[in-house]
Design a protein around this ligand. Sequence first.
Ligand SMILES: Nc1ncnc2c1ncn2[C@@H]1O[C@H](COP(=O)(O)OP(=O)(O)OP(=O)(O)O)[C@@H](O)[C@H]1O
Ligand SMILES: [Mg+2]
Length: 243
Amino acid sequence: MVTPVVSISELSYGYGNSLPILNGLTLSFDPKEIIIITGPSGSGKTTLLTLMGALRSATVGQITVMGHDLMAANGQKKSLFKSFAPLKTALNLRKNIGFIFQNHNLIKSLTAQSNVEMALELDNVPPKDREKRAKTMLKRLGLGHHFLSYPAQLSGGQRQRVAIARALVRQPALILADEPTASLDFASATEVMACFKEAASLWGTTTIMVTHDQRLMPLVNRVIVLEDGIVVKDYRNDGALGR
Ligand SMILES: Nc1ncnc2c1ncn2[C@@H]1O[C@H](COP(=O)(O)OP(=O)(O)OP(=O)(O)O)[C@@H](O)[C@H]1O
Ligand SMILES: [Mg+2]
């Protein structure tokens, strides 16, 4: 049996004193899986991604990501704030996660290429290799003519693809993506899905993406539908992508 990349058990989460947003979720994701999480607005999809990415942390249930226990309660002694996972655990884990979030968070004063290269600086990749890897990834995403463009000179879909290149270039074990294809036409969205698939076969990357786009669902291994913080559907499509 393979060890899951993410393992969640009876996880509940609410913001402050509000009603719980996630209600006793149990789910696990395997290496190389490409998963879509979908469901109505407000059903807890982004909340779940931020918990898996150690960007916030829960106190009820269990969540383990790449062997790191992310429950705030279990790390309280080491944690500065009891609502966060132990800081060191969270920082170590985030290094192995490629985040693609709705607001692309590109640095406006840097070119597309520098935005992507910057991700590799964190890993101490030598400058020559950084340049090569950044250019290869931007080309792969159809941005071969935009290495030196600044975010303001790019369309919404192009900016989104720079953010995807920035996440993929570090060859992360896990990609967490929130509507990564929202401003893309179908052809570009399909190309992005092909990049996730390539990452799975080259580096064993698992991709968990939130999307409302029905057209992408046949292209992934597994689709999970969340409603009011519970899983109402969880089905596999293994024919589509192969494993
Ligand atoms: N920082 C926050 N503080 C308080 N409540 C929040 C916060 N973020 C989200 N919520 C609430 O939690 C619920 C779930 O939000 P979440 O962003 O996870 O939904 P979603 O499924 O991603 O929706 P969408 O499809 O619209 O992006 C919503 O009712 C939202 O109002
Ligand atoms: Mg959301």
